[in-house]
Design a protein around this ligand. Structure first.
Ligand code: CAA
Length: 240
């Protein structure tokens, strides 16, 4: 029986590449999405990967969605907390709504995704958790006080979970992508994007598949000693 993997925000962008790479590596994948029904339907048609709709910011919706996935596909052994949004604004213009939306999806959403799955992982004595953080959680970013706070928070989550899960053969690791060619980065004004690319020694944006490759590595059954780590994948833009 292949292991079941849940990828939040798994039908678009980096998440879609992760879902596809996991499927290609033999996992049974459930990809969640929040709102874009057409993109999700298209994704399922193209890949055969099942999609499930819920808002990761809502604990009860996450819990019942996860129960549905487990009833249909089996216990979830691999979680990739990838769903994320931006509401960029310089701090003096940032509204409480912009703050709360990003905290709800990017940070509380990670708790809501992992928490209902955690007891089963502990019982089965196996789990692989990957949280998709960001270069901007490591270095901060103009106009991203909200987003950078959540992505730095991700690193605290995985370092703590790594210690709690270790004795149950559960690992938790973070990946910090740099600027990747997705809708999120394409939404940045072109001039700003060009200036960002000029700061990337590799000389280009990353590809979603280059992040998916790191996920497949971390969730492998044989990766049990890689726990609490942060993998940076940013074309050498920011080295920590
Ligand atoms: N550093 C320093 N100053 C900057 C700056 C930067 N990176 N970006 C903008 N500024 C300056 C502007 O030049 C402007 O200066 P002046 O007032 O002297 O002209 C000032 O800050 C404020 O500009 P605006 O009033 O025009 O700002 P705005 O309210 O229109 O907001 C913005 C514009 C939201 C900041 C827009 O420039 C933007 O989206 N910037 C990109 C932010 C960014 O990099 N986000 C990352 C998204 S990708 C992602 O998040 C994925 C990931 O994990 C990597």
């Amino acid at each position: 029986m292949s292991r079941v993997a849940l990828v939040t925000g798994g039908s678009r962008g980096i998440g879609a590449a992760i879902s596809t790479a996991l499927k290609d590596s033999g996992y049974t994948v459930a990809a969640t999405y929040a709102g874009n029904d057409d993109a999700a339907a298209q994704f399922t048609e193209n890949t055969g990967i099942k999609t499930y709709k819920w808002n990761v910011a809502d604990y009860e919706a996450s819990k019942s969605g996860i129960e549905k996935v487990e009833a249909e596909l089996g216990p979830i052994d691999v979680v990739v907390a990838n769903a994320g949004i931006t509401r960029d604004a310089p701090f003096h213009k940032m509204t409480p709504d912009q703050w709360n939306e990003v905290i709800g999806t990017n940070l509380t959403g990670v708790f809501n995704t992992i928490h209902p799955i955690w007891p089963g992982m502990r019982e089965r004595k196996f789990g692989r958790i990957v949280v998709i953080s960001s270069i901007n959680g490591q270095k901060g970013q103009f106009a991203q006080v909200n987003y950078a706070a959540t992505k730095a928070g991700d690193l605290g989550i995985v370092k703590s979970l790594a210690q709690e899960g270790a004795r149950s053969n559960i690992t938790a690791n973070a990946i910090c992508p740099g600027y990747i060619a997705t809708d999120m980065v394409m939404a940045v004004p072109e001039k700003v994007r060009e200036s960002i690319i000029s700061q990337i020694p590799t000389g280009r944006l990353g590809e979603p598949e280059e992040i998916a490759r790191a996920v497949v590595f971390l969730v492998n059954d044989e990766a049990g000693f890689i726990n609490g780590s942060t993998i940076t994948a940013n074309g050498a833009q920011h080295l920590v």
